[in-house]
Design a protein. Structure first.
Length: 82
């Protein structure tokens, strides 16, 4: 079989040795060039963050707080569909 132990699970090989080496060099560089994002979503987010969020609030906290309405909606649907 060969390979390192963390590349295998239950006898199945999920990533090659070359893939493991390349994964260490990988850098994400995503972008959204849509008109909706460029002219509406990004400026709106900039204004909301600048005027409505204190400077000491971490970006991850904003993300987690944005997840709460979704979880609340799913919870309500789950509760009333039982």
């Amino acid at each position: 079989r060969g390979g390192r132990a963390h590349l295998q699970l239950g006898g199945f090989r999920y990533i090659s040795e070359e893939g493991a080496r390349n994964a260490l060099e990988y850098r994400y560089s995503g972008c959204d060039n849509s008109l909706m994002y460029r002219y509406f979503c990004s400026p709106l987010a900039e204004v909301l963050v600048r005027w409505c969020v204190p400077i000491w609030v971490a970006p991850n906290l904003i993300t987690c707080l944005g997840l709460l309405p979704s979880l609340l909606g799913h919870g309500l649907i789950w509760y009333y569909c039982q």
